[in-house]
Ligand binder design. Structure first.
Ligand code: URA
Length: 241
């Protein structure tokens, strides 16, 4: 059972606030009767109508995509650049949206879902969901520089939280470094490496919590299994401090 306004939001009728207005305006019926009470509880077995049209929530879907570079993670782009949603067109009928963001030039793992609650929980810093990136950076940062990143560096929006950092291998004059962070500030990894004087040349997200890109080609996606969805939900619930 859930509150009518949440049901309407899940059905894509309107955001929760606007759904409340529809209810108060008497435009919503449950099993043929107008309901104006905001706390009214419904289940998926009830018949809900808005302005005489039956509305039903979509099935909740959870997708793991390997985002290629060159795609943006916002849903609409005023400049007409390709969005990650275009990679799902014709294949996923539910209206999913990206959880968090990856820069246009970053590739790697991205979760997409129509489950607003889980999306919000996964992006909230208090849940400390670890995200791992492989960064090709200019030059060779020494141990002291990497330690700085581990402890936290001062960016325009404050100190970064402790991170895990590992030197992986050199590539010519540059280096591949693995970094795990729990925050999701805008361009955070790029800004962190820039701060220590080793700007990022290429950035790949290789892991979100326990999810890896194993078996996923660039631009492809798969549905999360029910067990993986449950594990993600448990993860954010157990970190609810
Ligand atoms: N940090 C960045 O700098 N860019 C991303 O896309 C993700 C994390």
């Amino acid at each position: 059972m859930e509150r009518l306004q949440k049901y309407l939001a899940r059905a894509g009728v309107a955001a929760r606030r606007d759904a409340e207005q529809l209810i108060l305006a008497g435009r919503v019926k449950v099993n043929g009767k107008v309901v104006k009470e905001l706390g009214f509880k419904v289940s998926d077995r009830d018949v809900v109508e808005v302005d005489g049209r039956i509305v039903k929530p979509e099935k909740l879907v959870y997708i793991l995509m390997y985002k290629p570079a060159g795609y943006i993670t916002t849903v609409d782009d005023p400049f007409g650049r390709p969005t990650v949603l275009s990679l799902l067109a014709g294949k996923v009928k539910e209206r999913v949206f990206p959880v968090g963001r990856l820069d246009m030039n970053t590739e790697g793992l991205l979760i997409l879902t129509n489950d607003g609650d889980l999306a919000m929980a996964l992006t909230h810093p208090k849940h400390q969901v670890p995200k791992t990136y492989l960064a090709l950076v200019r030059g060779t940062p020494n141990r002291a520089k990497l330690k700085e990143l581990e402890r936290g560096v001062l960016l325009e929006d404050g100190y970064t939280a402790p991170a895990k950092v590992n030197f992986k291998k050199p590539e010519g004059k540059n280096s591949w470094i693995e970094i795990t962070i729990h925050e999701g500030r805008k361009r955070q990894v790029r800004r962190m490496f820039k701060k220590i004087g080793h700007p990022v040349l290429k950035l790949i997200r290789t892991r979100i919590a326990f999810l890896t890109g194993y078996g996923l080609k660039k631009g492809s996606f798969r549905y999360l299994t029910p067990a993986e969805v449950l594990k993600l939900k448990r993860l954010v619930n157990s970190n609810r401090g």
